[in-house]
Design a binder for this molecule. Sequence first.
Ligand SMILES: Cc1cc2nc3c(=O)[nH]c(=O)nc-3n(C[C@H](O)[C@H](O)[C@H](O)COP(=O)(O)OP(=O)(O)OC[C@H]3O[C@@H](n4cnc5c(N)ncnc54)[C@H](O)[C@@H]3O)c2cc1C
Length: 480
Amino acid sequence: MGNNSYPSVAIIGGGLSGAAVAFHLARRHASATLTVLEPRATIGAGLAYSTPDPAHRINVPAAKMSLIPAEDRHFVDWISRTHAIADDPEAVSSNGEVYARRIVFGRYVFDHLKPWIASGRIAHVRDSVRAIARAGSHWSLQTASGRTLLADIVVIATTHPAPEVPPILADGLKDDPRLIISDAMTVSPLSGIEPEARVTIIGTGLTMADTVASLDRRGHRGTITAISRRGLLSRPHATVPYQPFGQFDQSAPYSALDLLRKIRTTIREADALDLQWQAVIDQVRAQASAFWPKLPETERRKIVQHLRPYWDVHRFRIAPQVQRVIARRRSEGTFTSRAASVTAAEANADHILLQLRTRGKRALEEHRTDYVIVTTGPAHSRAVEVEPHLNSLASAGWIRADGLGLGIFCDRQGRAISREGQAVSSLLIAGPLARATFGELMGLPQVTSYAQEIANQVIQELDRMRMVGQPMPEQFAKAR
Ligand SMILES: Cc1cc2nc3c(=O)[nH]c(=O)nc-3n(C[C@H](O)[C@H](O)[C@H](O)COP(=O)(O)OP(=O)(O)OC[C@H]3O[C@@H](n4cnc5c(N)ncnc54)[C@H](O)[C@@H]3O)c2cc1C
């Protein structure tokens, strides 16, 4: 990678984050060769936006999704220019907002990368990275196909590791094919489920909702029981359009409890003005990067441990089309959600037997089912441990897990923080793996804004390298 005149930037992972970093670098004419290493055939879609299942929709109105943060209508305009939802009348909800299929957003991102790839400005290497090490003044990347590539700056944008199967299910059901792991990496694991089968879903978040919508679309009519410790389901979108409301960046909350109080007070103020709670939660999201870093680590940990389940269901809202399916199934008596824990699991010839404990109760009960689907999502807390390329960096001390179980520790510029506590200026963490530093970095608006900031940071680092005459990525900047 690279040639004699330009330093090289290797972006590992070509999902939305990696694609957006490459896009912003190319647009800003960064003087570097740009390579995206991504095993998928195209870049831009990643895990979230490559699903071909028509039941899988973006949970955010199209008007809030844009590759270019300063241009709100960028995606909406692309949709109308390309007639991307012409075959999908259901995409438009009753209040006029568009909830496109997820794959449509993936196509939109790729459409904007295509010209740069065709011109050779961005190289897409279809390979996955297995190990990253220092080699003199470069980073050396080993790929799955046995290649070795050198780069001056590395951007990690691999984000979602595989889900972790709860040990009780893994031990009790072993490799039984009726235990299905919902992993966005694998294609349609639901196809073998019979229409009348009893299905139990572990997890009650958006992946559960997607799974119910997919089963329903495939003609499944049996009972579905969704279980999680608290049994909380994602909340709906506001019924009318709104602007974010409240102020969380100036008199910043100083503790988890203070944050909770401020949110509740602001929701009451919003209510008095006839504004729905969604306006307040959106403001918290937008301003989290201002107050989150000021919170002491103990308070951040309390938020992640105790408030996160409640935060997630208010913040990850369900697309109206998917919500309608859940509501219909509930009223037909074929969908129930429960707050319970699975305490034992056993596979028999004609059914699976789960032992459940309802939240707050001591008694155990038996629950018979034909399939168990795990929808607990990617195991971010284990990313550094289980992903070989991250593990190679961690073993050499270049990165470390963030301590909150969200991903990789980095500073406010996205630079990895080494084992010795120093910022590694040529190793940047893009995407939601940097969440522990920014508080809120999973939904589209924050992910694309952050990708643009990472592109700025790469450009600064390229300038710095040019000023010192040659790439010197082994130099550390002082951690801030
Ligand atoms: C199933 C799902 C649905 C979602 N739906 C929504 C939604 O509706 N609205 C919303 O706002 N947000 C949604 N999100 C949040 C979403 O995570 C972010 O919006 C965004 O997609 C994150 O993109 P990413 O590129 O950082 O990660 P990813 O999508 O995980 O992309 C990472 C890429 O890295 C590649 N990769 C992994 N390991 C390697 C390696 N070793 N070498 C090279 N490449 C590698 C993978 O193939 C993948 O393409 C969803 C997330 C998921 C998982």
